[in-house]
Design a protein around this ligand. Sequence first.
Ligand code: 5GP
Ligand code: ZN
Length: 134
Amino acid sequence: MCIFCKILNNEIPSSKIYEDDFCIAILDISQATKGHTLIISKKHFSNIYEIEDEVLSHIHVIAKKIALMLKKTYSDIKGFNIIQNNEPKAGQTVMHYHVHVIPRYENDDLKIESVDHSDLYDLKAIQKEIKKSI
Ligand code: 5GP
Ligand code: ZN
């Protein structure tokens, strides 16, 4: 059984801040920033490829609810990163669908960087390639 299923089964303790029929929200043990929360589906789905559409949509509505809850709790929150990783290459370490809600503060030291590789790729060519798969 995966670690999040164990948390859902109360075999491992967690700091739960929200629960409904489809998901729970717990504080991430790593606390990338204060209030870093994970929204976890109650049913085990490994990733975005597997998760049922209804649960997926619901979890993202709850991400909004949690962000607003955290913002109400900590007035110094200046923004949020909502992150969801799929497969180890993308940083997924727990293979049970979850969404990170990460509050951002003025002087936090969290780095989520974007890079500009626009010189390497031709948008029109990529668009054509992807459209072939639809
Ligand atoms: P991922 O890297 O798969 O997107 O995120 C997994 C997250 O789960 C990590 O941020 C990690 O800190 C968190 N995590 C792993 N084990 C536990 C645990 O036992 N309890 C809690 N609350 N968080 C955990
Ligand atoms: Zn699981």
